[in-house]
Design a protein around this ligand. Structure first.
Ligand code: BES
Ligand code: MN
Ligand code: ZN
Length: 494
């Protein structure tokens, strides 16, 4: 899709989108069109009882006295209160309303003087996010149902400002698309080595990419991660991506760690068939980390961030690890693997430890589709937030609120940690089965050093959506890229 920003001038032909404020308020250009058409817009609003409520739409086809194909009225509610997130949502609504046309002019004549540039840039961002389709494996598709929109002309009184702000917005969109591509791919296409190969493309954005194989991880003592990948024909990989946008003076980096289980069968503790296919997206945490790196690099963020992904495939096999096996993690702590399906924490244990050892980060944030229990808790409305640091938790929660990717803090404590006691090793990898998201978080915390600020996001409920969300078609949502980008912008770039 091609996006242009230009000054306000309703075209004579084609499709036009016009924002409508509370009570059916039209901007000056829309008002003039209404006059020219003998009140076609205001009469249509009246008949349809359309009052400009935010995200409501009303389409008027071939309005008399014009050569326009259609005018889509999009309610924006109180125009003054349209912030970046609201504008992105409006952009997505506009995409859906205009997807049937090849081109559309979006005439933002209601936002003069009120962050008009930002509103225009974020509307563009929302349009793009909603336009994403993962269609590469469709060999036949009904042309009539396919979105046709190619050219979008966003008209605003602040076109120069919009263009400038769109640089950062489109960097975020690029990151989200990179994430969605990785998450959508099936596991015969994206496995540890091919994930790492795709991440190497980030070198073109200025990211330093390193990939460690099994021999190197063995030397480092990563018995916990390696145990998970032991039953797979695919070699496990540790992916390290560095963006040093703040240089030496920027100090210790923020470490962002992703669970990258490219397929989770459960291993010998095999899952049941229904829904097993969706364990192809058990690498979404890693996908988000890779997408975030692209975003930070493309908008040249003045921050040092290291992204680390533990990439494995969890398979049942003659060589697979068995329930009850004891492995030794890089930290030296031993783990009794009572359930091979609780594998994400085993992967993260070694990766967060490695991150702390090597990079001495200012904070560690991990993202993982870690537990089914978090879906029982929040459905797809919130990701679970766990942290050993109130300040870090607050900042993440605030960033999530800003971009509409909501987090809810969960409790932690000794009473949960105790459940990880093992008869023969330092810990086991499952608790009682109750409060499972919390015992999973407690497990990871055992690999966080005293004094390291750490937060864990359990994203199992929010990275894939069968129905689609406001900003994404059914499938991969890209949740987390906007959130962490906002978190970085708010806290590390001042
Ligand atoms: N990847 C799953 C968690 C998951 C389930 C993510 C459904 C997305 C949708 C994870 O590896 C897992 O299997 N967790 C187990 C842990 C249990 C064995 C302690 C779970 O949640 O059932
Ligand atoms: Mn599992
Ligand atoms: Zn898993």
């Amino acid at each position: 899709m091609k996006i242009a920003f230009s000054k306000i001038a309703i075209p004579a032909q084609g499709a036009v989108i016009l924002p409508v404020g509370d009570g059916g308020r039209l901007g000056p250009a829309a008002g003039a069109l209404d006059k020219r058409t003998g009140g076609a817009l205001s009469r249509a609003m009246k008949v349809a009882d359309f009052r400009g409520k935010r995200e409501k739409t009303l389409t008027i086809v071939v309005p008399a006295g014009t050569k326009l194909s259609r005018v889509v009225l999009v309610g924006v509610g109180d125009a003054k209160s349209v912030d970046g997130m609201a504008a992105e949502r409006l952009g997505a609504v506009m995409f859906d309303a205009a997807a049937g046309d090849a081109g559309v002019a979006i005439v933002l004549d209601l936002f003069d003087g009120i962050a008009a540039g930002a509103v225009a840039a974020h509307i563009a961002g929302g349009l793009l996010q909603k336009s994403y389709r993962f269609a590469k494996y469709r060999t036949k598709e009904d042309e009539s149902g396919k979105p046709k929109l190619k050219d979008v002309d966003i008209q605003t009184g602040a076109a120069a400002e919009a263009k400038r702000m769109f640089i950062a917005v489109s960097a975020v969109v690029d990151g989200i698309f990179f994430t969605r591509d990785l998450v959508s791919e099936p596991a015969n296409v994206i496995y540890p080595a091919s994930f790492a190969a795709r991440a190497r493309e980030l070198a073109k954005d200025g990211i330093k990419v390193e990939v460690l194989g099994e021999a190197q991880m063995k030397k480092l003592g990563m018995g916990s991660l390696l145990g998970v990948g032991q039953g797979s024909e695919r070699e496990s990989q540790l992916l390290v991506m560095r963006w040093d946008g703040a240089g030496k003076s920027g100090g210790a980096p923020l470490a962002v760690v992703g669970k990258g289980v490219c397929f989770d069968t459960g291993g010998i503790s095999l899952k049941t068939p229904p829904g097993m296919w969706d364990m192809k997206w058990d690498m979404a945490g890693a996908g988000i980390v890779a997408g975030l790196m692209r975003t930070l690099a493309r908008r040249k963020a003045k921050v040092n961030v290291v992204g680390l992904c533990g990439l494995v495939e969890n398979m049942p096999d003659g060589r697979a690890q068995r329930p009850g096996d004891v492995v030794t993690s890089m930290s030296g702590q031993t783990i009794e693997v009572q359930n091979t399906d609780a594998e994400g924490r085993l992967v993260l244990a070694d990766v967060v430890w490695y991150a702390q050892e090597r990079f001495k980060p200012s904070a560690v944030v991990d993202l993982a589709t870690l537990t089914g229990a978090i879906i029982q808790t929040f459905n797809d409305h919130y990701a679970g937030l766990f942290a050993n640091d109130d300040d870090l938790a607050q900042r993440l929660g605030a960033a999530g609120k800003t971009v509409g990717e909501r987090l809810w803090r969960m409790p932690m404590g000794d009473e949960y940690d105790r459940e990880l006691k093992s008869l023969i090793a330092d810990m086991k990898n499952i608790g009682s089965g109750k409060g499972g998201s919390i015992t999973a978080a407690q497990f990871i915390q055992r690999f966080i050093r005293k004094g390291t600020a750490w937060a864990h996001l359990d994203i199992a409920g929010v990275v894939w959506n069968e129905k689609g969300t406001v900003l994404s078609a059914p499938g991969a949502t890209g949740f987390g890229v906007r959130l962490l980008n906002q978190f970085v912008a708010d806290n590390y770039e001042k």
